[in-house]
Structures are given as structure tokens and as C-alpha cells.
Design a protein around this ligand. Sequence first.
Ligand code: NDP
Length: 447
Amino acid sequence: MKSSKSLSDTLEGLRKRYPSETEFHQAVAAVLTSIWPFVERHPKYREAGIIERLLEPERAILFRVAWKDRHGAVQVNRGYRVQMNSAIGPYKGGLRFHPTVTLGTLKFLAFEQVLKNALTTLPLGGAKGGADFDPKGKTDDEVMAFCQAFMNELYRHLGHDIDVPGGDIGVGTREIGYLFGQYKRLTMQFGGSFTGKGLYWGGSRIREEATGYGLIYFVEEMLRTRGHSISGKIVAISGSGNVAQHAAERAISAGAKVITLSDSDGFIHDPDGVDEEKLAFVKELKNVRRGRIREYARKFKCAYHPGKRPWGVKCNVALPCATQNELDVRDAMELLRNGVMCVAEGANMPCTREAVAAFTRKKILFGPGKAANAGGVSVSGLEMTQNSMRFQWTRDEVDRRLREIIRAIHSQCVRFGEQKGFTDYVVGANVAGFRKVAEAMLEQGVV
Ligand code: NDP
């Protein structure tokens, strides 16, 4: 029998059931609104309860993480893994260590991940996990103690054909190393059960760079549809972590001028452009010394704006690469007034729904995160392939495959998002991802 629930009933039901999970509501509302006309044209999805099933994680694990800090004091954090959907492959998605992490945050990220992974053309289900642990200000030994305690519970839920975590905010190569080390010790398996591994122990070339590089490849594809290229464009980037650094690196090498970077304290504005040498300083500052971006302004004598985000600066291309909801409708209006022609999400859901609506109304190029930042999980998928083959591809080989995947993602967005001469990439990405997962769920029955 056809489900009679309207879109608004479905969203209202979700809000009532999980009142505190506001980011999850936001992500679901954005996706369902954009796919609803497609779902109405294909009643089989609602007859099979696909929407209701997509909104409920297959499994959510919540656990205590107890560890001792450098003073010998016991600390307790909360760990999570949300295994959202395994219709098209083993669960795949990063771990986030940040004090703001809640179940609602991870459900939003896992929900997005399901559709993103479907777009990559690879057989990957969707998951996300993490903890409300703050790596900032912790020693390496403390981070290791935390990672080991976290893994003491999580390891039993992982495996190369079950669930394969990777990095996200606060989880980089250092943390993946500690997590993998403990996983191996507990299971006696050197499997492909993590991605983002070091190059000497099963990692893939370009994995570290993949999200940022993929973002720029996606931007190039979008610009090409309007006869432009990124060369010569002024680019504003937020964040200064993994995604921001590699987006900047690729943009600079493609001939763009990157004029902003930020962290949670403020942003730097360098009208001369961040060049390779300055970027090497940022990498050392953020990845080794774990310092603040204001030091860039001091060193290279440019403006630093404490407590502000970079969206008031005039640019052609804006790339939010820090965190969710970091670009609101006022920022969007300011960017539009300043003539922005392309906005692409390096982070997950960095633009509020109202901001996205403003970009779409003006018909500028807008690349939603699940398409624009899918390069990271794509190379994670390629890392899993290389682990299964017990082989390591060259940098050129991985980069070529990454570009190919990004082109395929872009084509799917165009195919499903074409609306009277304008590509709505939000509709395109959501419909293409949904369709693949929904078809797999239909074929696998009610589970
Ligand atoms: P990192 O931890 O490497 O960097 C995060 C950056 O964002 C830092 O500059 C950080 O500043 C800033 N930031 C974090 N929280 C806030 C906040 N509340 N307000 C302002 N700035 C903030 O993370 P990644 O670069 O890996 O991830 C960034 C985004 O990209 C996330 O949304 C993530 O989900 C998404 N993403 C990441 C992928 C990956 O492969 N790593 C793949 C796909 C998406 P500070 O140092 O002050 O905290």
C-alpha cells in the first residue's frame, strides 16, 4: 500500500521523534524537499517504505570511553558509531573528534554519507562516528590513550567487509595511526579496516589530498559548463585543516589566487594570495605545531579578522571548508553582492538552507558537499581496493581515477539536476544518490 505521508508530515514526524537532533532535521529536510517530485513520480519507493527506512540508522552504537590524562586523572568521553545504511556496500564514513559531537550531528553526517557514497560509483554504504573528545591542547600520549580506549569498544563493530572508518574533523593521520594500531592489536588482523592509513602501512597515495583536490576538480567541471576555468579566479576558502589546505594547494597550482583561510578563532585576508611557500607554513603551523591561523597574518603581514568568517571578502569562487552551518543567508547575500559565480562545499553542510536557496535563486553554480567533497571517500574506496589487491598504485594512477570519479559524479548531477537549461546540483546529487540506494534496498527486500 502506498504511504500517504506528505513531505511535511514526514519532516514533522522526524522532529517529534528526535526533537534535539536539529542538524539531522536540517539535512533530511534539504534532501527530501529536493527529491520529493522524483519520489512522487515513482510510487514504488514509498510503497516499500524506503524513505522511513533511510531515516532510521541500521544500527547506532553509543559507548563510554574512559582514559587517563597526563596528570593521571580519569577522563570520560562518549563514543559513537552510526551505521546508517549498507544497501550498496560495507559501512564507510569518517570519525570526528570534537567537543560539539552529538548523536544528532553524527546522524546528519551519516545520512549525507549514504547518498555521497552512492554517487562515487563505488560499492560503499554509509556511516559516521566519533566522540566529544577535543584533541586541541592534548599531548600525543593523551591522544594515543584516548584512541586506544575508543578502539577497545569500537573494534568489535568493524571489519573490511563490515565497517571501515576514516578521518574527519580532529582525526587525521596521527589519530588513524593510533586507532589502527590498537585495532590490529585487539583483532590480530592487518586488514583494510581503516582508510587514511600511512603510506608505509596500507595507505593510498593522494588520500590525504583527495577531498581538497576533488573539490577543485569538481569546481573545474562546474565552471567548464559556463565556459570558464579556475585559472585567474579569486578564491575565498574557510578552514585551514585537511580539506582547506589541499583545496588551496590544488587551486594555486591551477592558477587561481587564494586570498583567505580561517580557523575557529578568525580569518586571514591576504590580497597578494597564498603561494606555495606560505601554504607550506600553514601546513607546518596546523599539522605539526597545531597553532592558530593568526600567526600567518603576523608572519606574512596581512590582515587578521578575529571572530569573523571570510564571506565578506570579494571573490569569484567561495569554498567553505571548515564545518556545518558556517555560511548563512547574510553571508550568501554578501557574496552575491560581491559577484561570486561559484560556491562549492568542501565541508559537510557548511551552507544553511536559506543560503543555498539564495544561491539557487540567482542561478550561480552551487556544488553541494555530497558531490563536491566526495573525492575523499572516493580515494578511501580506492584505498580499500588497493588493500584487497595487496598493491599500491602510483600517485598519477590514483589521481587519474579520482578525476574520473569526480567527472562521473558531475555527470550524474547534470543528468538528474537539469532544469530548463540550468543545472540544480542539489537536486541532481540527491536524486542520483537516492535512486541508487533505493533501488538496492528494493531488490534486497524489507530489512
Ligand atoms: P580538520 O580538523 O583538518 O580541519 C577543520 C578546520 O575547520 C580547522 O581549520 C578548524 O579550526 C575549522 N573548524 C572546525 N570547527 C569549527 C567551527 N565550529 N567554527 C569554525 N571553524 C571550525 O577537518 P577536515 O578539514 O578534515 O574537515 C573539514 C570539513 O570537511 C568537515 O565538515 C568534514 O566533515 C568535511 N569533510 C572532510 C573530509 C576529509 O577527507 N577530511 C571528507 C569530506 C568532508 P580549529 O583548528 O580552530 O578547530
